[in-house]
Design a protein around this ligand. Structure first.
Ligand SMILES: Nc1ncnc2c1ncn2[C@@H]1O[C@H](COP(=O)(O)OP(=O)(O)OP(=O)(O)O)[C@@H](O)[C@H]1O
Ligand SMILES: [Mg+2]
Length: 361
């Protein structure tokens, strides 16, 4: 990235006052200081800035993160996260270089301070409609209607469509597989939140489940050709239906590119969950919706390989809905049934979507 002298000077003036003058700047470790623009500024070559204010000389070092895939620095937000954290942490440690400010370069390369941030927020359009989980509450009590079949097909077709867009970036697929097991919002994070030795689990059972998930990670991480566009948190609280099959989605999460199975399980786990709450089995309208969803998706995509990668994603979603934190009112019998599903699905090389009740036993 090229850094313009005028942009640096304008930024220093915004920070220290109008009277500041940039005297020179150079890459750390280089001796040739310049009063011109700096070419190829980036991670690993911080910039030394020397300035004068009211006759006083001052200096500072500006650094940024290398844009690279891997090590969890894939996304612009990952790199921002590291720098925002550094700005909040440096000044709390004795003998540590003081952090003066954190900020960002905009499209034109101008520098803007973000040092005043205390908490970030997102402003988005208000979406009209009703959350899909209300439909599932109704289907659980009254059975499924034609509208419910139409909506299950609409959701499944939507995923079939967005998943058609693929990308060649192995590091992002490996990240998704790493995250489903190790991310704080995913399996390891959910398991860390479980109470010690709950009545519905055997001692050490969670550890054994995590080991199975790690084994699945090593089976899947090389399937990088499957990287596709995803939603990332496609569950019934993030889907708003209006008239008929017309809907909008909310709350995309954990990366624009990932594994199709993540979206499929985020939704279909709820057909199982709502049915198990009622009958410890997948039955009735929920069974029909579950099977229609899968059949329609496979008919539209032909992605039968999905059934050989889906297990850890089902395990994650099942352990979310079985969680005493997220769903405090469930019986131990319901939680036990969901954990049977987790272990049986993780123990099966290829998921049989027409035989879910076999996994719940
Ligand atoms: N843009 C929006 N338009 C309409 N309703 C919204 C919008 N964003 C959020 N909501 C409502 O707020 C609820 C929670 O919002 P949001 O999904 O952001 O929270 P959350 O805690 O991130 O949930 P989760 O991560 O479990 O999806 C949504 O289920 C929806 O009812
Ligand atoms: Mg949400």
């Amino acid at each position: 990235m090229d850094v313009k002298r005028e942009h640096i000077e304008a930024y220093l003036q915004s920070l220290f006052g109008e009277g500041v003058e940039l005297v020179r700047m150079c890459k750390m470790g280089e001796t040739i200081a310049t009063t011109e623009d700096v070419k190829g500024f980036g991670y690993g070559s911080p910039l030394l800035l020397e300035y004068r204010k009211d006759g006083q000389d001052g200096s500072a070092v500006i650094s940024t993160m290398r844009v690279q895939y891997g090590f969890g620095h894939d996304h612009f937000s990952d790199r921002a996260q590291v720098l925002i954290w550094q700005h909040s942490a440096f000044n709390h440690l004795p003998k540590h270089a003081r952090s003066i400010d954190v900020g960002y370069f905009d499209q034109d390369g101008e520098l803007h301070s973000a040092g005043g941030a205390k908490e970030y927020f997102l402003l988005m359009e208000k979406v009209e409609g009703k959350e899909y989980f209300f439909d599932l509450e109704r289907v659980k009590e009254k059975g499924a209607t034609d509208l419910d079949y139409e909506r299950a097909i609409a959701l499944s077709s939507y995923l079939a469509e967005i998943h058609q867009t693929h990308r060649d970036c192995p590091a992002l697929y490996q990240r998704k597989i790493r995250d489903i097991v190790g991310h704080g919002e995913c399996i390891m994070g959910i398991l860390d939140d479980y109470p010690e030795e709950p009545g519905f689990l055997e001692p050490g059972e969670l550890c054994e489940i995590e080991k199975m998930c790690v084994q699945w990670r090593w089976m899947l991480r090389s399937m990088t050709g499957r990287l596709c566009q995803v939603h990332g948190d496609f569950h019934p609280w993030n889907v708003m239906f209006r008239e008929g099959p017309d809907f909008s989605v909310l709350d995309r999460s954990r990366g624009m590119w990932g594994e199709a199975a993540d979206d499929i399980t985020a939704m279909t786990m709820n057909y199982i969950f709502y049915s198990v709450q009622k009958s410890m089995r997948l039955s009735g309208g929920m069974k029909d919706l579950f099977e229609i969803f899968f059949q329609n998706y496979l008919d539209k995509t032909g992605d039968f390989e999905l059934l050989r990668v889906i297990a850890p994603f089902f395990a994650f979603r099942a352990m979310v809905v079985a969680s005493p934190t997220w769903y405090p009112l469930l019986t131990d019998e319901v939680r036990r049934t969901l954990f049977n599903f987790v272990e049986n699905v993780l123990g099966d090389e290829e998921f049989d979507f027409m035989n879910v009740n076999g996994y719940l036993r």
